[in-house]
Design a protein around this ligand. Structure first.
Ligand code: NDP
Ligand code: 2IT
Length: 452
């Protein structure tokens, strides 16, 4: 092998500031995974594919000045990481959360290029966002922030250039304000954002797509591995936002029993199954604590984060057949993985991006727990985003049935792709490596063909 991956990882470590830990974690996993295929195509070395693929095309950083309800000007940071557009226009969500920084958005944008490649659709990878916190802000404050954010962002995006969507803290409300601002500034009514409301160009099933897709993927993964389906099985879900809510909903559709959810303050366990309507009512206001649920539902328990046992999240210590981490990165750690294994968990699928730490994944792979990595398992959201772009380009609206069918087909195809890659390279059930190899090959071969 002429390409020295270990040296590339070392160089990267030295070149990046020490705080780029999330990005480095994501890159290391991919680079370690692709070692077996680097000799397959001699052009990878000549074209410096490995170095190119870990280097973003550009990182756009800007100031967002907006006026709060007390008529005071507030300042936030805005970003768009346009990582790679080899396979299509830059595509990926926007995250509004106080923790947002260049490291987090770079890891998300990097992951996105492989995820988008696995969908088989013509989309490159990007991610953006701001350290603005929509929680606790009035609608008017969110609107003014979104307007100011778009004053900068609109210069860099377009229906065939870069198409943002939602992520943590960015839902239908924020996408509406962002789209309104883009339309007002450019006079263009085009598919420049996805996750829009249906009345102005949104797609059926986009809100549900990530959660539904994660469950479709998991069902297929179990089937391909001759394992029992999720029907009647106890499932754990973390988070209670977009991805978690629709994961829970689809689990009910297929007859499974989702018994948990969480937010950044605590964990809810209802052994009879989460009452989804009650959860949605409580979480209409995201400031509300999940503890309110236990006042309305006998038998349910709430554990605050500060009462967790040391070094673990009590949610993952509940016995289950399947676990779906759907909140945020690195939320499921080594001890949590050990607890899942001890309690007989058979399958873990990542609804969130990179929710399991590398040592947690090692526990799953080492104990034959079937593991669906985020790049594959949560690709349903961005896939339906691409369907929204297609509908916008053709000025059409597809029915719920059509979109749901296409979503299911896409998730099944991703699953089959991982399975055949795992077979070809003798990877057993290591679908982490299979996803990285399959995604890498698509992008790398296209990079070679396109030249620099
Ligand atoms: P939402 O903003 O709708 O929900 C996020 C949820 O995660 C909330 O319940 C939030 O709780 C919780 N959360 C956030 N940070 C933490 C934390 N540090 N510890 C514990 N809980 C936390 O976001 P989404 O559901 O859209 O996104 C969830 C995950 O799924 C993210 O990793 C995102 O990147 C990924 N994803 C999203 C897609 C989409 O289409 N939306 C597509 C593919 C992946 P709280 O309210 O207390 O902050
Ligand atoms: O992480 C993700 O895939 C998303 N947040 C969705 C991206 C999109 O463009 O729909």
């Amino acid at each position: 092998m002429n390409i020295n991956i270990d040296q590339t990882i070392q160089e990267l470590k030295q070149s990046n500031c020490a705080s780029d830990t999330n990005f480095f974690q994501a890159v290391t996993e991919v680079l370690e995974s692709i070692k077996p295929i680097l000799d397959e195509n001699g052009d990878y070395e000549t074209h410096s594919i490995v170095k190119r693929i870990v280097t973003p095309d550009r990182v756009i950083k800007f100031k967002v000045a907006w006026v709060d309800d007390d008529n005071k000007v507030q300042i936030n940071r805005g970003y768009r990481v346009q990582f790679d557009n080899t396979l299509g226009p830059y595509k990926g969500g926007l995250r509004f959360h106080p923790s947002v920084n260049e490291d987090i958005l770079s890891f998300l944008a990097f992951e996105q290029i492989f995820k988008n490649a696995l969908t088989g659709l013509s989309i490159g990878g990007a991610k953006g966002g701001s350290d603005f916190d929509p929680k606790g802000k009035s609608d008017m404050e969110v609107m003014r922030f979104c307007k100011s954010f778009m004053v900068e962002l609109h210069r860099y995006i377009g229906a065939r250039t870069d198409v943002p969507a939602g992520d943590i803290g960015v839902g239908a409300r924020e996408i509406g304000y962002l789209y309104g601002a883009y339309k007002n500034m450019t006079s263009l009514y085009e598919g420049v954002l996805t996750g829009k409301q249906i009345s102005f160009g949104g797609s059926n099933i986009r809100p549900e797509a990530t959660g539904y897709g994660t469950v479709y993927f998991t069902q297929k993964l179990l089937e391909i591995n001759d394992m029992p389906s999720l029907q009647d099985k106890v499932c754990l879900v973390s988070g209670c936002g977009n991805v978690a809510t629709y994961t829970i909903e689809k689990l009910y559709h297929i007859g499974a029993v989702p018994v948990s959810c969480s937010d950044s303050r605590g964990v809810l366990h209802d052994k009879d199954g989460i009452d989804l309507e009650l959860l949605k009512t409580i979480k209409k206001d995201r400031k509300n604590s999940l503890k309110l649920y236990t006042d309305r539902k006998k038998g349910a328990t709430y554990t605050a984060v500060e009462d967790f046992k040391p070094e673990q999240n009590d949610l993952w210590d509940i016995p289950c057949f399947a676990a779906f981490p759907c909140a945020t990165q690195n939320e499921l750690k080594k001890q949590d993985a050990k607890n899942l294994q001890k309690n007989g968990c058979q399958v873990v699928a990542e609804g969130a991006n990179m929710p399991c730490t590398p040592d947690a994944i090692d526990i799953f792979l080492g104990h034959d727990i079937l593991f669906g990595p985020a790049k594959a398992a949560n690709a349903g959201g961005v896939a339906v985003s691409e369907f929204e772009m297609s509908q916008n380009a053709a000025m059409q609206t597809w029915s719920r049935e059509v979109v749901d069918k296409k979503l299911k087909e896409t998730m099944n195809n991703i699953c089959k792709q991982l399975h055949s890659t795992a077979k070809k390279y003798d990877l057993g059930q290591n679908y982490v490596q299979a996803a990285n190899i399959a995604g890498f090959k698509k992008i790398a071969d296209a990079m070679v063909a396109l030249g620099v």
